[in-house]
Design a binder for this molecule. Structure first.
Ligand code: KG4
Ligand code: ZN
Length: 337
């Protein structure tokens, strides 16, 4: 049995979890800063770092208490080393190192995106080859995995990440932060009453969302000029359908070409209800590939997912040093600058 203490603080959630054997969540404490950042319309890095400093000890204590374990039961301390906001990451990195040093435990430095992918182990054992669609506030990537801990990015966004586009469109529609869940909800009341351009790239698996975001902004300005108010539900519907349909189409092309045994969704945008529907519909054409979507609570940032990836890193002996620093631009393992 392997018991990990996992710490995540890459953006605006201060989180700590205790995870057994990479798939059994004994505790998963997430202290969200959303209420504070909502006031500013987005994450303010300096504010985020300060709140992490205030909350980190409490979430660690709570995670151990709720799991009913002490540091004596912990085999290693897993933490997010990057990518993310430098000040936010720094707090989690220092906490993990201090705890590991004080209790003589090994450290497991992890890439946040591997955490999002391995969150699918809370649903089922992963089988390979596997395709992961990693969609968050900072990433939109198709990752091909021929085996465990073997990552090859075959497609990425040319500009904005899809979560970033959701957040920016929500802001111009006056829906507030974070935009993803708000658009997800209000789009249910909208219909296809506006026309938006389909994102285009000249490569088969790359994505682009900034043109679509600008098109929404221009559409709002056009309506304003005509003296008309935009219908927010319709605009949210049209943006979401255009963004998701194009992303799903590219993902299906990758599934068709690569024929993975599993397609897993990963990251905050995997919480989207319409995406889940679209994926399930489209994947009916590929019965040889199993679609796996993480539980809702493990789509957006949390520490349990770091415990899940940490378990795999532990099995591979990927321990870190005590002089490691936060790496805000960290690439996936095996990726090169
Ligand atoms: O993975 P995550 O929590 O943080 C990053 O690693 O970036 O993802 C956050 C992103 C935000 O852009 C948020 O708007 C988006 O995930 N998101 C959603 C939904 N829930 C969160 N996007 C669309 N639909 C949702 N239901
Ligand atoms: Zn994330």
């Amino acid at each position: 049995m392997t018991m990990l203490l996992a710490i995540e603080s890459s953006c605006d959630e201060t989180a700590c979890a205790v995870v057994k054997d990479g798939c059994d969540i004994l505790s998963n404490i997430v202290s969200s800063q959303i209420n504070v950042h909502t006031r500013y319309g987005g994450v303010v890095p300096e504010v985020a770092s300060r709140i992490h400093v205030e909350n980190i000890s409490t979430v660690v204590t709570e995670a151990l208490e709720q799991a009913g374990v002490t540091m004596d039961d912990i085999d290693a301390v897993a933490y997010t080393q990057g990518p993310g906001l430098i000040g936010s990451l720094h707090v989690g990195v220092q906490a993990a190192k201090a705890i590991a040093w004080a209790y003589h435990k090994p450290l497991l430095p992890l890439n946040h995106m591997t955490g999002h992918i391995y969150a699918n182990r809370f649903v089922t054992e992963l089988t390979y080859p596997l395709m992961a669609l990693v969609i968050s506030g900072g990433h939109t990537e198709l990752v091909w995995m021929e085996s465990d801990w073997d990552f090859k990015v075959i497609g990425t966004t040319r500009d904005d990440a899809i979560g970033e586009a959701y957040d920016k469109v929500a802001r111009v529609l006056g829906l507030g932060y974070p935009g993803g869940p708000k658009i997800d909800k209000i789009a249910r009341e909208g219909g296809p009453h506006y026309k938006l351009p389909t994102p285009k790239t000249d490569t088969p698996y790359d994505f682009s969302f900034s043109g679509l975001k600008t098109a929404v902004l221009q559409m709002i300005q056009r309506e304003e000029k005509k003296g008309e108010e935009i219908n927010v539900a319709d605009a949210a519907y049209c943006f979401q359908e255009t963004a998701l349909q194009s992303m799903v189409k590219k993902t299906m092309a990758a599934v068709k070409e690569y024929r993975p045994s599993m397609l897993v969704l990963a990251g905050g945008v995997a919480a989207n209800s319409r995406l889940r529907e679209l994926m399930e519909e489209n994947m009916k054409a590929y019965p040889g590939t199993r679609l796996v979507i993480p539980p809702l609570s493990c789509c957006t940032d949390n520490a349990a997912m770091i415990g899940a990836a940490g378990y795999i890193a532990y099995r591979h002996g990927l321990f870190g040093e005590f002089d490691a620093a936060a790496d805000p631009g960290m690439l996936m393992p095996g990726e090169e600058y």
